[in-house]
Design a protein around this ligand. Structure first.
Ligand code: NAD
Length: 331
């Protein structure tokens, strides 16, 4: 099939070309999918999208008019696709429902320990031959209570790593994962989890029900010396409320791999530009905030599976086979 790959970077090309082996004709564009760039897909029966490509109803209408029949999303999360509109315009949407959950879970632990032990600050200091320890004091993770919000594939791996650290586990999810129960996780309401946890890590998808689940009221429930880690989707956290909490010194540290306004910012080098997002700029000023640019998935293993599954999805669609990665609107 002719496939237009949106928001393509050199690493996307490397992994997709390796998985494709010339099977489909892949055309790469650095453009992100939106109302303007939908026209680039004219004549492409398939497009391949990433997390910040906006497959809104208006975009989907334009894609359908241009002959597109498949959106192959190269990620797990798919909150950027209007599935009702896709169904209405006869476009099939597929995703990568499974790839290394270790990539994201291990990164979440990395964010936590970097913040806790101030490794990022130590790195900068020692490069200037400053080997003083003042300001680098951390705490043992062993014995902490860890609240895992969303105990699916990634949350369960995160829970198991934290179990290995010697933590007790609280979970919040609409379903109870037997792997987490086997680790001794206790499922509790979100409010109780937030009140009792020393570390809170978010692993639920972004849905209307989970949008801004971390807000002024829920942040107020958290222990003032708790760490909050978000490697899921930026929209789970009300950033303005988070900034208020940080300003008041009511949280120990925040690790964010995602940000609700990351579109157009993350995955780009803006080092020569004036940053116009005052909220992001303010967030960056806190010494106890660590922001990374949506890189938790970015391991060799995850990229290989993402590319292979994306190519398999395109092939299955072309050959009329249904598979587990087809996305359907929730009824
Ligand atoms: P998953 O589907 O295996 O797990 C999600 C869990 O959330 C499920 O157990 C589900 O029951 C639960 N859930 C859904 N709606 C809920 C609700 N309203 N309240 C409570 N729990 C709810 O997904 P996963 O593979 O573990 O991925 C989790 C999220 O991580 C993805 O949706 C995606 O947004 C994010 N993600 C981020 C990166 C990154 O690079 N930062 C990479 C991959 C995935």
């Amino acid at each position: 099939m002719d496939v237009l790959v949106y928001d393509a970077h050199s690493y996307d090309r490397t992994f997709l070309d390796a998985a494709n082996q010339g099977r489909h004709r892949l055309t790469y564009t650095a453009a992100q999918l939106d109302v303007q760039t939908a026209a680039l897909a004219q004549g492409f029966p398939a497009i391949c999208c990433f997390v910040n490509d906006q497959a809104t109803a208006e975009v989907i209408e334009r894609l359908a008019a241009g002959g597109t029949r498949l959106i192959a999303q190269r990620s797990t999360g798919y909150n950027n696709i209007d599935l009702i509109a896709a169904e209405q315009y006869g476009i099939t949407a597929m995703r990568v429902s499974y790839y290394s959950p270790y990539s994201v879970a291990e990164f979440a632990v990395g964010l936590l320990q970097t913040l806790n032990r101030r490794i990022h600050r130590a790195y900068n200091r020692t490069r200037e031959f400053n080997f003083r320890l003042a300001g680098l004091l951390g705490r043992d993770i062993h014995g902490s209570t860890v609240g895992v919000v969303g105990t699916g594939k990634i949350g369960a791996v995160f829970a198991s790593i934290m179990h290995g650290f010697g933590c007790s586990l609280l979970g919040y999810d609409v379903t109870h994962n037997p792997d987490c129960l086997a680790l001794g996780m206790r499922y509790v309401p979100l409010e109780e989890l937030l009140r009792a946890s020393d570390i809170v890590s978010l692993h639920v998808p972004l849905l209307p029900e989970t949008y801004h689940m971390i807000n002024r009221e829920t942040l107020a429930l958290m222990k003032p010396d708790a760490f909050l880690i978000n490697t899921s989707r930026g929209g789970l956290i009300d950033t303005d409320a988070l900034i208020e909490t940080l300003r008041a010194g009511r949280i120990a540290g925040v690790g964010l791999d995602v940000y609700e306004e990351e579109e157009g910012v993350f995955f780009h080098d803006l080092s020569d530009r004036v940053i116009t997002d005052d909220t992001l700029a303010r967030l960056m000023t806190f010494p106890n905030v660590l922001v990374t640019g949506h890189q938790a998935f970015f391991t060799r293993e995850a990229m290989t599976t993402i590319a292979e599954t994306t190519i398999r999805n395109i092939t299955d669609f072309e050959e009329g086979r249904e598979n587990e990665n087809i996305l359907r609107p929730r009824r």
